[in-house]
Design a binder for this molecule. Structure first.
Ligand code: PHE
Length: 344
């Protein structure tokens, strides 16, 4: 009996000490298993009861229960204290959380200069009754050259260095003028449309040339269309696009096999009054090739040149974008560099 009482006393002391010196939930759990587990130290005391007299049992039994209850209670208390500390820590870290605080903003996207200019152009031409058409970039020789009055072996083919595909008679289109023929075949006059897209030329790349660039083409077919119509349309467009109401045009003769007569239109420099590097100190900037659609081209598109006439014009859209945004190197515009693009 004395032996059992000593053991209970020892166990009481050692369990309290073990609980109090636990530094973490893991340590605490180990202590629980050691003392309160099914095969733990307290459970192991129970068999000792069997050897005791009934009288002694009445004394020792409750003491054992008391020990167990006490260890359980201490264990729960200690566990709770760990939870409290954890919560306090969490609260502490949230205390300084200011939802109104200013933080670095995430990188914001912006429209590519091309996209921006596409929108300005399509908005303008839609407002004067033009529709927007599209055409293939991989094109047959017929639509890119022949139908546009540029037969095989004609020297005009050398004006545009061509990427020929491995498929016979197929090219990467050298201009957006292929859309003229597709559209004539698709619609009946009056036709008023523009088309914007990529074109390809087998040229060496430098600050102002790339093997891919963009053009923007327009076409109007109706009865009695005259050169004055295309000049007036170009004037209104350029004044709007370059945001200069006083912009003046200068018209020179120009040669393109698919128009007759053909003209080239220059605009007065919108960036200076007495010469700058953009206009190469000439006060004029070359803008657009245009003219009245050649009868052969109308015929190729299935339109009777005796009944209808039309104008066509073609811009180097890439040049327009570079002019509008003051971009001096085409390679930057085509680089996809975020550093460069985020300026716009
Ligand atoms: N297609 C011509 C070019 O690429 C531009 C142009 C289009 C000229 C329409 C006149 C009329 O140079």
């Amino acid at each position: 009996m004395k032996n059992v009482l000593t053991q209970i006393e020892q166990l009481t002391r050692s369990s309290i000490q073990a609980l109090e010196t636990s530094l973490s939930l893991e340590m605490l759990e180990a202590v629980r298993i050691e003392f309160l587990g099914r095969k733990g130290k307290i459970a192991n005391l129970m068999p000792l009861l069997a050897d005791l007299s009934l009288e002694d049992k009445r004394v020792v039994g409750p003491l054992m229960n008391e020990l167990k209850a006490k260890v359980e209670e201490l264990f729960e208390a200690k566990k709770q204290s760990f939870a409290d500390v954890l919560l306090a820590k969490k609260e502490e870290s949230f205390k300084d959380f200011d939802v109104t605080a200013y933080t670095k903003r995430p990188l914001e996207g912006s429209l590519h200069p091309y996209t921006h200019v596409h929108t300005i152009i399509t908005d303008f031409f839609r407002s004067i009754g033009f529709q927007v058409a599209d055409g293939p970039e991989a094109e047959t020789e017929f639509y890119n050259f022949e139908a546009l009055n540029i037969p095989a072996n004609h020297p005009a083919r050398d004006m545009q260095d061509t990427f020929w595909l491995n498929i016979p008679s197929m090219v990467m289109r050298t201009h957006t003028s292929n859309v003229q023929i597709h559209s004539m075949q698709k619609y009946n006059p009056p036709i008023a449309l523009i088309s914007i897209g990529r074109v390809y030329r087998n040229e060496a790349t430098d600050a102002s040339h790339d093997c891919m660039f963009q053009q923007f083409e327009g076409m109007f077919i109706d009865k009695n269309v005259s050169l004055a119509n295309v000049i007036a349309t170009m004037k209104l467009f350029l004044q709007t696009f370059l945001d200069d109401k006083n912009l003046k045009l200068r018209v020179r003769p120009g040669f393109f096999p698919f128009v007759e007569p053909g003209i080239e239109i220059d605009a007065s420099c919108p960036f200076c009054t007495d010469g700058c590097s953009t206009c190469k100190h000439s006060r004029w900037i070359e803008m657009v090739g245009a003219g009245l659609i050649h009868p052969n081209v109308l015929k190729a598109g299935g339109i009777n040149p005796e009944e209808f006439s039309g104008f066509a014009f073609g811009f180097g859209l890439t040049r327009l974008v570079m002019l509008k945004y003051g971009i001096s190197d085409i390679r930057l515009l085509h680089s996809s560099s975020v550093e460069f693009l985020k300026q716009f």
